[in-house]
Design a protein around this ligand. Sequence first.
Ligand code: NAD
Length: 428
Amino acid sequence: MSNQTYNPFENAQNQFDGAAAILDLDEGTRALLRRPMMEAHFTIPVKMDDGTTKVFQAFRIKHNTARGPAKGGIRFHPHETVDTVRALSMWMTWKCAVVDIPLGGGKGGVICDPHNLSLPEQERLCRGYARALYAQLGPNWDVPAPDVMTNGQHMLWILDEYETLSGGRYPGMITGKPVGMGGSLGRTEATGYGVVYCMKEYLRYTGIPIESTTASIQGFGNVAEYAARMYTQLGGKVVAVSCWNQADKTAYTFKKAAGCNIEELVGIKDSFGSIDKAGAQALGYEVLPGDAWLSQDVDILIPAALENQITPAVFGQISAKVKLICEAANGPTTPDCDALIRDAGIALLPDFLCNAGGVTCSYFEQVQCNMNYFWEKDEVLEKLESAMTKAFKAVYDLAQEKNLYLRDAAYVIAVKRVAEAVRLRGWA
Ligand code: NAD
């Protein structure tokens, strides 16, 4: 993969500039939407188990709240940067707008490695995060969720601290909670299924029977697993999946030309989405280098692991057979590769549309919490499919009408909705 470094915030701003130019947005609106509206940079002192105090740097950024409360995850990562959080908050604004849910964009992060923190230390860190940000959070103002290296337990600690300070129960102030503690059925499946709901529509519109297609996937975590399950359930054939191997500190691709059995691979993966190498070999899978997922002779590529994976440096490895790239991960394609993909005639379902099933279901979680009434899983998934299908159709129709790359069409729809909300509020 390429060694070139990409600043995610610059990428996000460049993408926004492209949409602003197509929409001919006025200078004031551009200036407002190019940057987050509000940034909190703060420190969290945590009493460690050995009696010492450690101070962690944390962020919470609201990019835009014109369409509703800010929505976005909190990441724990030793290499977290403020520019990553800024970019992710901006992408959340567009993501919520493109699926037309009444939420804005936010993101948070703490520079830390939870692997090196005991559970009580993690709890104190989460409670410290909630205390420091208390006035900036709330179901009507800013609604966090789990993200990289945070989970439902972290969310519950943050919620509990927030509720203790507020003197009430506000389960809609945070999402990604465990089912039974305010979480929504269907959230685990939502992002991966949403990827395939979009893909299915694209194939239907372009007259390609899904049963005739093959796919190769990067990653085998939450998103990839459920995308692979839904895709194979609809008749598609996954021929390769790649994932990280912690023991060997390298990535591998597991291939079965006749088609991977997703359930058997799920049976030999760990909770971090790593497939057991020996187990896969015993089941007859070829073990190839980590980047081999990209060069498979398939119809569909599904990057579902990391950012900056499809770059000009590796573009040449993509097979001429590939017709569609479904961006299940956030930012898997670098901006300088978009033109190459477009010129090669490969369709691309952009990340903030393709993986919006997760935030859509988080929105459903918030709605259910606010009503204190929870839907059956089928009802959640039915509403999810309907929202994703509708969002895809709007993007596809605009792309056809104006001859736009699907990413540009998605940006135009999302930015236009946010710009309109900004205008109606009298902000610009
Ligand atoms: P995860 O942690 O469950 O899984 C990540 C997967 O990537 C694992 O299988 C891991 O082995 C694999 N991986 C890591 N490094 C790799 C490498 N170098 N080569 C190949 N595989 C590698 O994460 P997830 O929740 O499935 O998220 C995946 C992507 O989707 C991320 O970009 C995330 O931001 C995005 N996303 C997730 C959600 C969600 O609801 N989980 C929602 C929207 C977007």
